[in-house]
Design a protein around this ligand. Structure first.
Ligand code: DGL
Length: 271
């Protein structure tokens, strides 16, 4: 067992989809979250810039002596998949979102047609498609970059009947719908915040796979099997850091986690 915290990071509020699932699955774990809100979005930046940001985010979480780091960002996970991000790290347990998410999608699909949506950088990397084919070569993959979804989420346009969000979602998802996918990977951790909108466009029969939730399930499996899950009786502490305004971030936290109880929010610098 280990009472050390789990570290989680994302470019902004997207990784809160991971935190929400972590607290549901493992309420006794301490969680330290970093949302790099001053530099969001990552998905439109170059690979070198994303790598520099990710290394700074990891170094920030290492200061807390965390037992595991979850890269709750589809962009960092896919663009930097083959880069040695943790080479000199004191943290030996870590994961990105790709494999946990892809494994769940491959287990879900019945018609072997999977859609992947993500940021431009994620879709350009082709990472989700490659990972799916490594698991099952008989699955057809359809991908689409949805660059306007992140700003919609960061600015709170997430209600399932929001006319702006619906219009943009119809534009992005029309082809995907026509291809008849039965499973859609939300390859950016911001997108589950738009689940209602995406479902109204795709229809109730299409299963949506949240990369944030899948990495949280992976963390639970890993910590239990390695005997490192927290054993404390009381609820764990949730500490959230953001690199831009604490006030703006706080509003989003309440919207996306559904509450602010027992949560500490502070602004920080990762440099
Ligand atoms: N949540 C990030 C992801 O999963 C958002 C991307 C961005 O910052 O552009 O890709």
């Amino acid at each position: 067992m280990s009472e050390l915290a789990i570290g989680v990071f994302d470019s902004g509020v997207g990784g809160l989809t991971c935190v929400k699932e972590l607290t549901r699955l493992m309420p006794h774990e301490d969680i330290i979250y970093l949302g790099d809100t001053a530099r969001v979005p990552y998905g439109t930046k170059s690979v070198d810039t994303i790598a520099r940001y990710a290394r700074e985010d990891i170094a920030f979480l290492e200061r807390f002596n965390v037992k595991m780091i979850l890269i709750a960002c589809g962009t960092v996970s896919s663009v930097l998949m083959s880069r040695p991000l943790f080479e000199n790290s004191s943290v030996s347990s870590y994961s990105g979102v790709i494999y946990p998410t892809v494994s769940a999608a491959c287990a879900e699909t019945l018609n072997k047609r999977i859609g992947v949506i993500g940021t431009p950088a994620t879709i350009r990397s082709g990472c989700y498609g490659k990972a799916i084919r490594e698991i099952r070569s008989d699955i057809k993959v359809f991908s689409k970059a949805c660059p306007m979804f992140v700003p919609l989420v960061e600015n709170g346009y997430t209600a399932k009947d929001d006319p702006v969000a619906l219009m943009i979602a119809r534009e992005y998802l029309e082809d995907m719908k026509r291809e008849g996918v039965d499973t859609l990977i939300l390859g950016c951790t911001h997108y589950p915040h738009l689940e209602g909108v995406i479902s109204s466009v795709m229809g109730d029969n299409v299963r949506l796979i949240s990369s944030g939730a899948e990495i949280a399930k992976y963390a639970e499996r890993t910590l239990i099997s390695s005997g490192e899950a927290a054993q404390r009786k009381e609820h764990g502490r949730i500490t959230l850091y953001c690199t831009d305004s604490e006030e703006l971030f706080s509003e989003n936290v309440e919207t996306f986690l559904g509450h602010k109880d027992n949560i500490t929010i502070s602004a920080c610098s990762v440099k």
